[in-house]
Design a binder for this molecule. Structure first.
Ligand code: HEM
Length: 299
């Protein structure tokens, strides 16, 4: 449980005056409830994996009712321990469902911009408008603070429940995993340099007339394809180093590029028909694996 909610209100300089101002805002904002629901879900479903969490009509409808309740309570003017405990529980529910904190932060950013637009519409650019924006801003920030605090506490509790040895092992394995990531990135840089070399060599062979124009162009295109796939792999690894998820499809796309390159080269000699069929089979299997992984990623 967080420190005293009263202290949180003090930290945000949220006073009785702010609460009273928000109550005055209530009748102005109540009438926008349905607009809010429409705009909020338009925003939420632009988040890449929102459908994974709000997965069917039933869940969406349940969520809509909960959001309506949250919206109305925001303007209740009653910000006691019960109000904040509820926000804390909402944070815990989202954490247990695995909803990224980033989604909650982005949602609150959207909500703040949305409210400011409506307040501007109602009050124009006046001193009154500034005071409403200030008070509601403090309240939204406290909402976000408490909801995301629940996430952090959940992580800390999980960590504290472990024995000393387990915690040490986790720390060591994290450091080792970071080290392996760096090794992987270094290896990818070396591979990219070699692939640039291969591309340069193919261009040289073509320009110097060591190979036929047809073979030269096809081989160069093949190495360009590999270079593109290695670049994709590096971009994924960098994303992973920055805390994102690693898309395994990047590895499959390298294999796809390598097989396509082989097919391009082999297709130049008609006597290698068996090889082409074999590579075609591999390409089909890789294509299916790539498709299945991509569909799973986007669910
Ligand atoms: C400002 C942002 C949000 C607010 C105020 C909010 C509010 C709530 C509330 C009040 C609940 C019910 C908690 C309980 O059962 O005690 C809930 C549940 C849930 N929320 Fe949110 N939510 C927000 C953002 C999101 C986002 C961005 C997602 C997903 C992309 C999401 C997905 C869910 C899901 C899946 C549930 C469980 C629904 C169920 O099965 O009943 N929420 N949310």
């Amino acid at each position: 449980m967080p420190e005293s909610f009263e202290q949180i209100k003090k930290d945000y300089e949220f006073t009785e005056k702010d609460a009273k101002r928000i109550i005055k805002l209530k009748p102005y904002m109540e009438k926008y409830l349905n607009d809010f629901i429409n705009d909020f879900y338009k925003f939420v479903f632009r988040l890449p994996n929102a459908k994974k969490f709000l997965k069917d009509e039933e869940t969406i409808n349940r969520h809509k009712n909960k959001i309506k309740e949250w919206y109305m309570e925001l303007f209740s003017g009653n910000y006691d321990d019960k109000y904040f405990e509820k926000l804390h529980r909402i944070g815990e529910v989202h954490d247990k469902l695995g909803i990224p904190t980033h989604y909650i932060n982005a949602s609150f950013n959207f909500i703040r911009r949305w409210f400011i637009k409506k307040i501007n519409q109602e009050f124009g650019y006046s001193r009154e408008r500034n005071l409403y924006v200030e008070s509601l801003g403090k309240l939204l920030d406290m909402n976000l603070d408490i909801m995301t605090k629940a996430y952090i506490e959940e992580e800390i509790t999980k960590f504290l429940e472990l024995s000393k040895l387990e915690r040490k092992l986790i720390k060591i394995s994290r450091k080792f995993a970071d080290f392996l990531d760096m090794v992987l990135l270094a290896a990818l840089i070396i591979m990219a340099i070699f692939t640039i070399g291969l591309f340069g060599y193919d261009v040289f062979e073509l320009v110097a007339g060591h190979v036929s124009i047809e073979k030269g162009i096809i081989t160069t295109l093949g190495s360009l394809l590999i270079l593109w796939a290695v670049a994709e792999l590096m971009a994924e690894e960098i994303k992973h180093l920055q805390g994102g998820k690693f898309a395994i499809t990047a590895f499959v796309s390298v294999a796809l590029a390598a097989v396509i390159r082989k097919i391009l080269i082999v297709s130049l000699s008609p006597e290698d028909i068996e090889k082409i069929v074999a590579y075609g089979g591999v390409l089909l299997v890789l294509g299916i694996v790539y498709y299945l992984l991509k569909t799973k990623e986007s669910v």
